[in-house]
Write a protein that binds this ligand. Structure first.
Ligand code: AMP
Length: 368
């Protein structure tokens, strides 16, 4: 199926406007929520599929962007490395141009409302539904001992979204089922306890489904979790590393530079990367490369990538040198995010019977 066709099918399926329960009309504004795990250095695939979309959206909409540290605990990890990754990811996002005055950028674990709502939503989720999610099946298939977190993290994702009453969620294709779960949980909660959550929908943007592929095995996507670091270009890779990785990228035995994402995955992936970083069309790229072979073309791609990464790296390096500033950005994000999430949680506590008479409780507190 072509990318365009797949895009239209998915878009049609998910394009319904955010459903607003009848008694919530004016409360809901367009609010975008996204998250990224601090599980390692950002790569070019993350930039194409996520960061570039946030940069486009940040000038138009209210965006809440969480550094999803709780999600990164789902599989075994090294605590010191996690703290380092959180700061490095913050610096890299700022270096890419995320504007903390427009985006609420914060550390997920610093807002306890996420885990509190997660519990409420967990109580209306079923094991069968969670165990059927394709991501769970994929990630658990080779594990002898399956961490509970792997089964339940989509409920935490639902809480991440619903605690801000977010309406639009930019997601990758592989996350669409998790948005469906969120929609279902919001509906179940609304039906059981009274209209509370707008039903969020996935935001599918132009070129959203361009997926960069592994340089070593182009049948797989470029991924942070690939054990081979040569499979991905990290945003902070030195020019020398970029050149070496691209030089070693797997192509095929045909020497011409042609775009054929079905039968020539490797070279087409290099063209996708080149097209993205240079903003040139695939047609122009192939025309310009008519007289060179794929080996020579790799030098051209590497040069374009190095040029694209240079300003991001310079800016990120400055942020990395100023840890106090990074912490202040996260603290300011935490305050703004907490304020929004606490309002929702108060409503949730009230509707689900957890909140006792405020006046009486305050009186008693005062008398103690
Ligand atoms: P991850 O760190 O894998 O959870 O990815 C974070 C974000 O980057 C998600 O929105 C993904 O859709 C996006 N992303 C990750 N890998 C790629 C890739 N190879 N190509 C395009 N987008 C990607």
């Amino acid at each position: 199926m072509t990318l365009i066709r797949r895009y239209h099918i998915v878009k049609k399926f998910f394009s319904s406007q955010t459903e607003i329960p009848p008694n919530l009309p004016e409360k809901c504004t367009k609010r975008i929520l996204s998250g990224i795990q601090p599980t390692g250095a950002l790569h070019l695939g993350n930039y194409v599929g996520a960061v570039a979309q946030w940069l486009k959206l940040q000038d138009k909409y209210e965006i809440i962007l969480s550094i999803a540290d709780l999600h990164s605990m789902t599989l075994p990890y090294e605590p010191k490395q996690l703290s380092k990754n959180i700061l490095e990811l913050t610096a890299t996002l700022l270096g890419c141009g995320i504007n903390p005055n427009r985006v609420i950028l914060f550390q997920q674990s610093s807002v306890p409302a996420h885990t509190e709502l997660y519990w409420s939503l967990g109580c209306i989720s079923t094991m069968a539904r969670l165990a059927h999610l394709p991501q769970f099946k994929e990630k658990s298939v080779n594990l002898k001992e399956i961490p509970l977190g792997l089964l339940v993290y989509p409920v935490l994702q639902a809480a991440d979204i619903l605690c801000y009453k977010a309406t639009d969620i930019p997601v990758g294709e592989d996350q669409l089922q998790h948005i469906q779960l969120t929609q279902d949980l919001a509906r179940i909660f609304n039906n059981r306890f009274g209209a509370t959550f707008p039903i969020p929908h996935s935001l599918i943007l132009e070129n959203k489904f361009i997926k960069l592929r592994s340089l070593r095995d182009p049948s797989k996507k470029m991924s942070k979790s690939d054990p081979d670091p040569k499979s991905r270009i990290c945003l902070l890779d030195t020019p020398d590393h970029v050149l070496k990785k691209i030089k070693r990228a797997l192509t095929d035995f045909t020497s011409e530079v042609t775009y054929d994402p079905k039968d020539r995955l490797g070279v087409s992936n290099l063209i996708d990367i080149h097209s993205f970083v240079s903003k040139k069309s695939v047609e122009d790229i192939c025309r310009e490369a008519e007289n060179i072979n794929t080996g020579q073309y790799k030098n051209v791609v590497a040069r374009a990538v190095v040029e694209f990464l240079d300003p991001i790296q310079k800016s990120t390096a400055k942020y990395l040198q100023n840890e106090d500033y990074l912490l202040s950005v996260l603290e300011s994000g935490r305050k703004k995010a907490s304020e929004l999430a606490e309002q929702t949680l108060d409503e949730v506590r009230m509707k689900s019977g957890l909140k006792l008479s405020v006046q009486k409780v305050n009186k008693i507190k005062a008398s103690l």
